[in-house]
Design a protein around this ligand. Sequence first.
Ligand code: FE2
Length: 220
Amino acid sequence: MFELPDLPYAYEALEPVISGKTMRFHHDKHHKAYVETTNTLLRDANAAPESLEAAIRAAKASGDKKLFNNAAQAWNHGFFWNAMAPGAARPDGELAAGIAGAFGDLAKLKQTFVADGVAQFGSGWVWLTADKAGKLQVVTTHDAGEPLEDGGQIPLLVCDVWEHAYYLDHQNDRKGFLEAWFDALPNWSFAARQLAAARGQGEAWRYPRPKSTEQMRRAG
Ligand code: FE2
């Protein structure tokens, strides 16, 4: 059974870009529903994958669209919460060098990230990723899509561009949301750890391990 991890900060911590009200809906309703549906589908199939990453891989391989959509959305949201931090510092070290190498500077990365996020038709995600050589790029995925293992990409950051992520606070202004998000919320130290992992130093972020029904009951 996969769990809904707590946010790594208070619901209001990302204001004014993302309100506490949006975070309550987004984490407590949307993310929770993806986790619960994933658990129901796995239980019905008598499957007990050792990790959410394994569940996503298996769903991808077998063409189980419903399981893929829910498991990948559970993963994407878990990653998204960690990819944000209130008052995060600017990128430095190898991450800053990687940004300079791929985009020129942080302002140009922002331009690309915002433009690609705006251009994503319908629901989806805009990611900053790195390959094993540490080369950075911006990619978008549709609906529940995630860049895991696609061409060896490791995600460093992500912004949710489903309307539920910004509509209460920014209405239809996705561009305004993405610009404000990029200026205030990327967790650059998390991104730096992901970049190090892409290059073989340390572990990339993984969704919390599943717990048995017995463990869940004991934890209350
Ligand atoms: Fe979302």
